[in-house]
Design a binder for this molecule. Structure first.
Ligand SMILES: Nc1ncnc2c1ncn2[C@@H]1O[C@H](COP(=O)(O)OP(=O)(O)OP(=O)(O)O)[C@@H](O)[C@H]1O
Ligand SMILES: [Mg+2]
Length: 265
C-alpha cells in the first residue's frame, strides 16, 4: 500500500505582476505608448503544477535558474498564497529557503536561535536544553555572540540548517543551502537528512548538485518554465533534465515563463 500523503499540490499557479519602470522622458512615454504597455506584465512562475508526495519520501526539485523551484517551496511553506490551485500539507513544515531567511541580522546567533525557538512555540527552558546541540552541529561556537549580519554565507547556512533541522517538523524543505557549506559540513547535513528520513520525515530538496540529489533523493521532479517536465526516479529525472538543456540555451530570457499582457512578445 502507498504511504499516506504528506503533501498534495493540485493545479498550483503563482502569478507575479511585474511593473515597468516609470517613464520619465517623452521618449520613454512614446515607447510605452507605441508598445501599448499599460504599466505591468504578468509572469506565471508556476502554472498547472500537480505534485503528490508521500510521508517519508525524499524528493528533489531540479531545474534551471528561474524555473520556479524556490517559488514552489515557498508555496509549500505557506510563504506564498498560490494565485490558483490547492495546497494541502499534513503536519508541520520547517523550511530553509533563503540564506538566513528568518534570521534577524542585527541580533546575535544566540538571540536568533532563541527567537526561532519562540516562533516555533518552544519555551525558553526547552531552547536552553537544545541550544548546546544546535551550536555543536553548526560548529560556530566562537560566533554565537556576533550579530549574524557579520556572518559569512557558510556560517549563516550552518546555523540555519542546525536550527531548522532541530525542529520536530514532519516536512523539511531545503533550498540550495548545502552548496554554501564546506565539504565536511555538507556531509554532516546529508547525514542528518538521512536520520530524519529514517524517522519517517518527508524531505523536499532543491539543488543544482546532481551528486547530492542522487545520494539524498529517490525521486526527482524537473521544473521547466514553471511546469513539471518530469516526475520520477532520480536517475531518469536527471537524464531528462540534461536532455532538456542539451541545446545549451544560456539566455534565461529565452527561458521565460508563460507571460500574459506582454505586448513585447
Ligand atoms: N517575488 C517575486 N516577484 C516577482 N517575480 C518573482 C518573485 N519571485 C520569483 N519571481 C520570478 O519567478 C520566476 C521563478 O523564480 P524562482 O526563484 O522560483 O526560480 P528558481 O527555480 O528558484 O531559480 P534559482 O535556480 O535561480 O534559484 C523567476 O522568473 C523570478 O524572476
Ligand atoms: Mg531558487
Amino acid at each position: 500500500m502507498a504511504a499516506p500523503n504528506s503533501l498534495i499540490l493540485s493545479d498550483i499557479g503563482v502569478r507575479f505582476r511585474l511593473h515597468y519602470e516609470r517613464a520619465y522622458t517623452l521618449k520613454e512615454v512614446l515607447i510605452n505608448a507605441v508598445k501599448k504597455r499599460n504599466g505591468y506584465r504578468d509572469l506565471w512562475a508556476l502554472r498547472g503544477v500537480n505534485i503528490n508526495i508521500g510521508r517519508g519520501e525524499s524528493v528533489a526539485i531540479v531545474g534551471r535558474n528561474g524555473s520556479g523551484k524556490s517559488t514552489l517551496l515557498k508555496v509549500v511553506a505557506g510563504v506564498y498564497e498560490p494565485t490558483e490551485g490547492q495546497r494541502l500539507v499534513d503536519g508541520r513544515v520547517a523550511a530553509l529557503i533563503e540564506l538566513g531567511a528568518g534570521f534577524n541580522g542585527e541580533l546575535t546567533g544566540r538571540e536568533n536561535v532563541f527567537l526561532a525557538g519562540a516562533l516555533m512555540g518552544r519555551s525558553r527552558a526547552e531552547m536552553t536544553r537544545r541550544y548546546r546541540d544546535i551550536v555543536d552541529f553548526a560548529g560556530i561556537h566562537d560566533f554565537m555572540d556576533t550579530a549574524v549580519k557579520n556572518y559569512s554565507s557558510g556560517m549563516y547556512a550552518r546555523l540555519g540548517f542546525a536550527v531548522t533541522t532541530d525542529v520536530d517538523a514532519d516536512v523539511l524543505l531545503i533550498d540550495e543551502i548545502l552548496g554554501v557549506g564546506d565539504e565536511a559540513f555538507q556531509k554532516k547535513c546529508e547525514g542528518r537528512i538521512e536520520t530524519l528520513l529514517s524517522h519517517g520525515r518527508t524531505v523536499v530538496f532543491v539543488s543544482h548538485d546532481a551528486g547530492a540529489v542522487q545520494r539524498i533523493c529517490t525521486r526527482a521532479i524537473v521544473l521547466h518554465k514553471g511546469t513539471v517536465a518530469f516526475d520520477g526516479p532520480t536517475r531518469e529525472a536527471l537524464t531528462e533534465y540534461r536532455r532538456l538543456y542539451e541545446s545549451g540555451v544560456e539566455d534565461l530570457s529565452k527561458e521565460a515563463q508563460h507571460h500574459e499582457n506582454d505586448p513585447v512578445r
